[in-house]
Design a protein around this ligand. Structure first.
Ligand code: AHR
Length: 321
């Protein structure tokens, strides 16, 4: 009898998901508690990503502890340590930069708190420090950006001068998008990157750096911006300099936020390589699996497309971010 009762209780706990999230003393209601450390609010992409995570947590019945690092690694490390102290069930984060995470992630591992990387990867040899990495293939995004340029200039041997607005220094998307783009253009010496500098993924910095590029170089053919916000800031700088963005200077951007699609319909951006921020639903599924002890793949790549200016008007009404 005693054995039957124990079995019934154990089954009930598993069915209710309570057994799986016993780690947390911060929820108290039997719900899974997820600590999420976000990079910041630097771009339209990021705002959409945050909303997707917050909405999906609510829908999935997961208690979300959300922390905004304001683009600073030290704030993310602090937030992760706080989540460890609070004994959350799972920690997820989008690392502002690639390196410097081993110590804090070892602390999480020592307390048996699983970690999920979302959006951005870390540069660590120890892959046991996280369960999975959910996000885009940034190198491929860089390649796709360059492939558009190769096609757009096909048949011409004229030199193509390029300025590059890089994302946050040391971040995975800045490193990878640069690498993927360079890998493709190196096949033809007509492509020359004449200036490359960080615009920190923000409109203000994108504008400021583009102003400096325009002052220093009279012969810019192409702007490659690692995200839409920097491209949109640069458009202002180009217009203020009396030039036509998209015509006098061709613009390649990454992300695919609505404002960039509007700029494409106005002919101010030539191509946008999509980077999908709506990672919330997939993240919540992974969180549940991890808490449940199920296996997850080490890497989950987001599916994305490429949109040219002539496709923008038709695509705009369907854009979700
Ligand atoms: O990590 C994704 C990148 O971060 C997006 O391209 C950019 O807009 C954001 O800030």
């Amino acid at each position: 009898m005693r054995k039957t009762l124990t079995t019934i209780i154990a089954l009930a706990l598993v069915a209710g998901g309570v057994a799986a999230c016993g780690n947390s003393d911060s929820g108290g209601d039997g719900k899974i508690v997820l600590g999420f450390s976000q990079v910041g609010a630097e771009s339209g992409w990021r705002t959409a990503n945050t909303k997707s995570i917050q909405d999906s947590a609510k829908e999935a019945g997961i208690t979300l502890k959300f922390s905004d690092a304001q683009q600073k690694q030290e704030n993310q490390i602090k937030a992760i340590r706080t989540f460890i102290q609070q004994k959350v069930d799972v920690i997820a984060f989008s690392p502002v930069v690639e390196s410097g995470w081993d110590t804090v992630l070892k602390e999480a591992k020592a307390k048996k708190i699983p970690v999920i990387l979302t959006d951005r990867a870390i540069d660590s040899k120890d892959t046991s420090l996280y369960k999975t990495f959910l996000g885009s293939d940034f190198v491929e995004e860089g390649r796709r950006s360059a492939q558009w340029l190769v096609k757009a200039t096909e048949g011409s041997t004229d030199p193509v001068t390029i300025v590059e607005l890089q994302g946050t220094t040391g971040s995975a998307p800045a490193i990878d998008r640069k690498e993927g783009f360079a890998e493709v253009i190196k096949a033809d010496p007509k492509f020359q990157i004449i200036a490359s500098q960080t615009g920190d993924f923000t409109r203000a910095k994108g504008k400021e750096v583009m102003q400096a590029f325009l002052k220093a170089h009279k012969d810019i053919d192409v702007l490659y911006a690692h995200n839409d916000d920097m491209a949109l800031g640069a458009i202002q700088a180009i217009e203020e300099a009396g030039l036509k963005p998209g015509t006098d200077i061709k613009i390649i951007s990454v992300d695919g936020v609505k404002d960039a699609f509007v700029a494409m319909t106005e002919g101010k951006i030539n191509v946008v390589v999509e980077c999908n921020p709506l990672l919330g639903p997939q993240l919540m599924d992974i969180v549940k699996k991890v808490v449940d002890g199920q296996e997850t793949p080490q890497r989950i790549v987001t599916e994305e497309g490429v949109f040219t200016a002539d496709q923008a008007a038709a695509a705009l009404p369907n854009r979700k971010y």
